[in-house]
Design a protein around this ligand. Structure first.
Ligand SMILES: [Zn+2]
Length: 332
């Protein structure tokens, strides 16, 4: 059984005009999942997007309700200064954070707490056996957010907070995070680079050619965490076969060795060939193959437990179609 955690309120995080990380991303995902038969609800009746023929869901997803995360969970990863900065900028009516690419609006702090709430609810649903796997379609994304500062469209590190929550609220000892967003998950890495209880693996366009310029293969963790961070950079033009080959030969053996109890996915779809922010040539079918390979590992080691969290993906058609394929790969 597959869970789906999202909210129409994720469109209320207002970014600037023409910003790629925009509210319509949530509308596109909802539309695609409804057309594919995963969900019935339709909170955006006025939104239309011609997605072409879509594969059909074998089973409906369970739509899960949730509220905002408690502040203590945000503080399990982020500094008080960081949290108060995001809150204050929202209260002031919005502004531009980081180096100018991370806008917030008046609702952004509240919606960022709700995004974390969706991810924590997904963790609960999987751990309590309500669903085997869960996909959280949230905005704002999280994997660039550093413990002490927002960065790269990201306010709070949704996936890092999920890992802390699984450890502290559910007693999980070993967690693997696989990040296939086209950009390096630098924020997640910063949270766990000295922590051997979290294996973090990021697959991304090579830092010589892509934002944020980190994620070299020599970044393997520090201190007791050495060997529990893995970075794999792909050259522009790489596609499905290159990704699948690396997953089979490098990622799966590491997962076999680490034996995670839960697998978390930072699911970014901006590696799609039609995405405007990168030069990787994955197809939506490739996202399904990647997901299937990782889901098989989760079946092997962690009772199938996967919590998948949306990161990037900025071409609405590619995003909607790829998310459908991702959910099919998760077994839906
Ligand atoms: Zn990205």
């Amino acid at each position: 059984m597959l869970g789906f955690c999202s909210s129409p309120r994720f469109t209320e995080h207002q970014t600037t005009l023409a910003h790629p990380e925009r509210p319509d991303r949530i509308r596109a995902i909802w539309t695609a999942l409804r057309e594919a038969g995963f969900i019935d609800s339709n909170p955006f009746p006025d939104f239309s997007l011609d997605l072409g023929p879509l594969p059909k869901a074998k089973h409906k997803a369970v739509e899960l309700a949730f509220g905002p995360a408690a502040n203590k969970w945000i503080a399990s990863v982020h500094t008080r200064r960081h949290i108060e900065y995001v809150e204050r900028m929202s209260l002031l009516g919005g502004g531009i954070l980081d180096q100018g690419d991370t806008p917030v609006g008046p609702e952004s702090y509240e919606i960022a707490l709700l995004a974390v709430g969706a991810v924590l609810r997904s963790c609960d649903a999987v751990m309590k056996g309500e669903v085997k796997r869960c996909f959280a379609a949230v905005r704002p994304p999280g994997h660039h957010a550093d413990p002490d500062r927002p960065m790269g469209f990201c306010l709070f590190s949704n996936i890092a907070i999920a890992a802390k929550y699984l450890q502290q609220a559910h007693g999980i000892k070993r967690i693997a995070i696989v990040d296939f967003d086209v950009h390096h998950g630098n924020g997640t890495q910063a949270c766990f680079e000295d922590d051997p209880s979290v294996f973090f693996c990021s697959l991304h366009q090579h830092p010589h050619t892509a934002y944020p310029g980190s994620g070299f293969d020599w970044e393997i963790g520090v201190g007791p965490g050495k060997g529990f961070t893995k970075n794999i950079g792909f050259n522009p033009g790489a596609g499905d076969d290159e990704y699948l080959s690396v997953i089979e030969t490098q990622v799966i053996p590491d997962l076999e060795q680490f034996r995670p109890e839960v697998l978390l996915l930072s699911a970014g779809f901006d590696g799609h060939k039609d995405d405007p922010l990168a030069q990787i040539n994955l197809t939506e079918h490739g996202f399904e193959r990647i997901t299937r390979a990782l889901a098989a590992q989760a079946d092997h080691h962690c009772h199938g437990h996967i919590v998948s969290v949306l990161e990037g993906g900025y071409n609405l058609h590619a995003l909607g179609r790829s998310v459908v394929r991702h959910l099919i790969g998760l077994g839906g």
